[in-house]
Design a protein around this ligand. Structure first.
Ligand code: SF4
Length: 339
């Protein structure tokens, strides 16, 4: 039995089966989620005899760090390995002058969506992660660094809305057991409309982010095959419905690729597509992945694109590049390691 992923109620049931008090469950819960220990032996406020009894039927985790990379800017990237040998990437980002520690977590091993700019998409889909495997990524970071993660973004490997039951269960554990508020959690999707509709009907405080990356069907279909299944006009309807039902502002993620979707004309089309949508825009200068020819735009082109969108009345940010000196683009590290 693995303790990581168990709720306080589940631990209380386990304690009653072992003839221990409810208070023991609270202590163990604290060791797993707040102090983030790796072994039962580290739970030093439990008696030695009780630890031995617990060790006979349980362990804290079976998840391991296969590779760890540290960037000069403080970004940490992990290749996390599960007991079946499958691996996913998890990243911890720290931003200067902020106490926020953001974990970028994966929701699937590989991905079926196959965006052309993404190393994960190129490796194909292997399997969904269960909710315990998702939360183990954050525990892995906390165990390794001794730090408490404050924010979570589902922007790692996989399409979260194609594994929504496990993502929602993980979100519940992040809320209840890690005490990370839903407002500090972002779920990012390539535009899976049934998943967006399901989220629209829920009372979630989390942010929905859409990987848009192009404002026309033709351009988007070139880099995101999902556009052929869930085209932009249908996506727009789903997003308007989401905003109407939840009252929440959406984040639009837009990877800027030189000479492809960063021109004046495309900026105008993007501003037009977004004009009636309650949203903020996050521009992400492309982080070159070895396997393709896409290039990052110049700083000047990025600023021009930003200015044009701001002129249309939207709040626009340019995402700071993190981990430029390590394999920080999604799928690069796993791709290298499994080759
Ligand atoms: S960008 Fe996201 S949705 Fe697209 S292939 Fe990569 S992991 Fe999948």
């Amino acid at each position: 039995m693995i303790l990581a992923g168990m709720s306080l109620e589940e631990l209380e049931i386990l304690m009653s089966e072992l003839g221990a008090t409810k208070f023991r469950a609270k202590q163990i819960h604290n060791w797993v989620y707040t102090k983030s220990v790796s072994t039962i032996d580290e739970m030093t406020n439990l008696s030695k005899d009780f630890r031995e009894q617990l060790k006979e039927i349980a362990s804290v985790t079976e998840t391991k760090i296969k590779v760890k990379q540290t960037s000069k800017d403080g970004t940490l990237k992990y290749l996390v390995e599960y007991p079946d040998g499958e691996c996913v990437e998890t990243v911890l980002m720290r931003f200067d002058n902020r106490a926020n520690l953001t974990a970028c977590v994966s929701s699937q091993v590989g991905c079926a969506v196959n965006c052309s700019f993404c190393a994960t998409g190129k490796s194909g889909f292997k399997r969904n992660l269960n909710y315990k495997e998702i939360i183990e990524q954050v525990l892995t970071i906390q165990r390794d660094t001794g730090l408490k993660v404050t924010n979570i973004v589902f922007m790692g490997q996989g399409e979260p809305l194609l594994n929504l039951d496990n993502v929602l269960k993980a979100l519940e554990i992040f809320n209840n057991d890690f005490q990370i508020g839903a407002r500090r959690i972002t779920i990012s999707t390539s535009g899976i409309i049934p998943g967006i509709n399901r989220l629209a009907d829920m009372d979630l405080q989390s942010t929905l982010a859409i990987s848009l990356h192009a404002p026309t069907h033709k351009l988007r279909a070139e880099i995101m095959p999902i556009e052929n299944k869930y085209p932009l006009d249908e996506l727009k309807k789903a997003l308007l419905n989401y905003v109407e039902k939840t009252g929440r502002r959406i984040t639009i993620e837009y990877i800027l690729i030189h000479n492809f979707n960063d021109t004046f004309e495309v900026a105008k089309e993007l501003a037009h597509w977004l004009k009636d949508l309650k949203c903020n825009i996050n521009l992400i200068p492309y982080n070159s992945v070895i396997e393709n020819d896409y290039k990052k735009p110049s700083s000047n082109d990025i600023m021009k694109f930003k200015y044009l969108l701001e002129h249309s009345g939207k709040k626009v940010t340019v995402r700071l590049e993190r981990g430029a000196d390590i394999d920080a683009a999604c799928g690069q590290l796993r791709g290298k390691t499994t080759k």
